[in-house]
Design a binder for this molecule. Structure first.
Ligand SMILES: Cc1cc2nc3c(=O)[nH]c(=O)nc-3n(C[C@H](O)[C@H](O)[C@H](O)COP(=O)(O)OP(=O)(O)OC[C@H]3O[C@@H](n4cnc5c(N)ncnc54)[C@H](O)[C@@H]3O)c2cc1C
Length: 376
């Protein structure tokens, strides 16, 4: 531990990943400084807008095996993380319900086929339950009589994204992390530290040119009286939608997925599609109050996988969490923290040591050596 001079670690970006990595490193006794261009609440982060569903099986319809595995392990780890934070965070593991309207019934076998081919067997075993008629109403009373069929994915979870960000900010203060909110980092004048960990999401684009943003738009509504007990996904050929219930009758309705780094406000078309689809799931959403319409961009690498990129010297970049940040961040942050500690104490210093580390790592697929890039 270094208590004089520069910190052990400078974490760039205090969205989801940066906060968790900084908090974990401080918990191991390291001196950590965190630099975030936005506020302590996290309003500049993709993490602020996210629905924060922890749904590795439902996501397997469009994500590969690695993501489902990371998600399944992280689901088991989240409660331990939350138990150590100084503020309470809403977390539940009450499953995901997948439904479809009769006219879109051809979507159902496609979804099932994709999930079954991308998800690990241990997740599918007892984790993918077909519901019909009264069973669906018994599982989710708010939707009784509204859908004939559905799937219950009983082990999936969700949490409150803004509570996580707030609790992590409190945890950083509690663990003595030097937090620099409202402080954008310039790549030509990096803050002093032995090791730099870049968790800037899309803000790292100047040094990760292949990174791209995928726009997502969501609505946050207040809808007392509907009482959904778990996230509901509606299969649809053009407008697949989820409705994620949060505490106090709040619902996050999302999300569009549009290529391009467009952070402009939500379009009328997207708002109409999201809200109409929610209304088609339950007419009670017609009386809901729209609290926010938000857009953000998911930080995405070409292969849609997360990556831990080491520059061969003192910088580690953690990025590419795409649409799965909350779902996978405990495992990704864990690997980042272990690797960063090994960089600090000199166990990793060259490509051979990196290769040895990578081959022994639990999630070896996450690691990449980025030694060819010219310094910024
Ligand atoms: C609409 C939407 C819905 C989503 N729903 C889900 C979901 O249900 N489940 C799930 O698992 N994931 C979801 N996600 C994905 C999740 O939000 C992201 O994967 C996650 O936020 C990525 O974390 P990150 O820390 O890498 O990036 P971010 O959360 O974006 O944090 C990056 C931080 O870096 C800061 N920064 C950038 N540049 C600089 C700079 N130069 N100097 C200092 N700070 C800088 C930013 O201000 C930001 O706070 C969703 C995302 C969106 C947009």
């Amino acid at each position: 531990m270094n208590r004089s001079g520069q910190p052990d670690f400078a974490v760039l970006g205090g969205g989801l990943c940066g906060r968790l990595v900084a908090w974990r490193l401080a918990g191991e006794g390291h001196r950590v400084a965190l630099y975030e261009r936005g506020d302590a609440a996290g309003t500049q982060a993709a993490a602020w807008v996210a629905a924060a569903m922890l749904a590795p099986l439902a996501e397997a319809a469009s994500a590969e095996l690695l993501i489902a595995r990371l998600g399944a392990s992280s689901l088991d780890t989240w409660p331990q993380v939350l138990a150590e934070l100084p503020e309470p965070v809403f977390f539940q593991r009450n499953g995901t319900l997948v439904v479809w309207h009769h006219a879109d019934r051809t979507e159902a076998p496609l979804f099932e086929r994709r999930v079954r081919s991308n998800a690990p067997a241990e997740l599918l075993d007892g984790g993918f339950v077909k519901l019909a008629g009264a069973q669906l109403g018994a599982a989710e009373p708010a939707l009784a009589g509204r859908f004939n069929q559905g799937w219950l994915l009983p082990r999936e979870g969700q949490l409150d994204n803004r509570q996580v960000l707030a609790a992590l900010a409190a945890g950083l203060a509690q663990r003595g992390v030097e937090t620099h909110w409202n402080t954008p980092v310039d790549d030509h004048a990096l803050p002093p530290a032995h090791i730099t960990i870049d968790c800037r999401g899309l803000g790292a684009k100047p040094v990760l040119p292949t990174l791209r943003g995928i726009r997502g738009e969501v609505a946050r509504v207040h809808a007392p009286g509907i009482k959904l007990t778990r996230p509901v996904r509606l299969l649809h050929p053009r407008y697949p939608l989820y409705i994620a219930p949060k505490p106090n009758d709040l619902y996050v309705i999302g999300a569009t997925e549009v290529e391009g780094e467009d952070m402009s406000p939500v379009s009328v078309r997207s708002a109409l599609e999201l809200l109409s689809a929610a209304f088609s799931v339950h007419p009670g959403f017609g009386e809901a109050r729209i609290l926010e319409l938000n857009s953000q961009c998911r930080p995405t690498l070409p292969d849609h996988r997360p990556a831990l990129l080491w520059d061969g010297a003192q910088t580690l970049r953690v990025n590419g969490l795409y649409r799965h940040g909350y779902m996978i961040v405990p495992e990704v942050a864990d690997e980042a923290v272990r690797f960063a500690a090994a960089l600090l104490d000199g166990r990793i210093g060259d490509a051979d040591a990196f290769a040895d580390w990578q081959s022994a790592a639990r999630w070896s697929e996450l690691f990449q050596l980025d030694s060819t890039r010219e310094p910024a």
